[in-house]
Design a protein around this ligand. Structure first.
Ligand SMILES: [Zn+2]
Ligand SMILES: [Zn+2]
Length: 173
């Protein structure tokens, strides 16, 4: 995602409106954040000059389909946030450049890195369909949000219960 800002740098205009879309297609990011599918993120905002410095200020939003870490069901969630950064001017490639900063090189602003960073920072660290998600039964694999399995609530036969106590006593001796 590259934007030519020569008009803004030359002072011919005060601001540049920016509207663009970005789709996450990096397999590593998709895997890392349990993303099944992501619609394009839409960015909308402006780049402007203030006190001899340049800034980008844009809002973004997109819908992501995640796979719940607990129950493994897919669910959709809207992810939105803000991309705000100042833009440093670098006409000299020998300059020490920090990856965290955004640079303008020969009037061209390359947003690719900061876009990806901004989106991934807004993604949830823990991917669960809801706080109440009960997940899967560790014994039978049933989705406990949808069904009750018999693994945990099996009533112990009273006779077996006595036997159990007996065995426990035996162990302690
Ligand atoms: Zn879940
Ligand atoms: Zn079960």
């Amino acid at each position: 995602m590259k934007i030519n800002l020569s008009q803004l740098v030359a002072g011919k205009i005060d601001l540049v409106e920016v509207h663009f879309s970005y789709t996450i297609d990096d397999e590593n990011i998709l895997k890392q954040y349990d993303i099944v599918e992501a619609t394009p993120f839409h960015f909308s905002g402006k780049i402007y000059k203030k006190n001899e410095e340049f800034y980008i200020d844009a809002d973004f939003s997109g819908v992501v389909t995640f796979r719940c870490n607990r129950c493994l069901n897919d669910f959709k969630q809207t992810i939105d946030g803000k991309l705000f950064s100042n833009i440093l001017i670098s006409d000299n490639f020998n300059e020490q450049e920090d990856e965290k900063n955004l640079y303008l090189k020969e009037d061209i602003l390359d947003l690719s890195t900061i876009i990806e960073e901004t989106i991934t920072l807004s993604l949830p660290m823990k991917v669960v369909c809801s706080k109440e998600c009960k997940g899967l039964c560790a014994s039978c694999g049933a989705n406990l949000n949808e069904t009750k399995c018999n693994c945990n609530q099996e009533k112990i036969d009273p006779r077996l219960e006595k036997l159990k106590i007996f065995f426990n006593k035996d162990k302690e001796v």
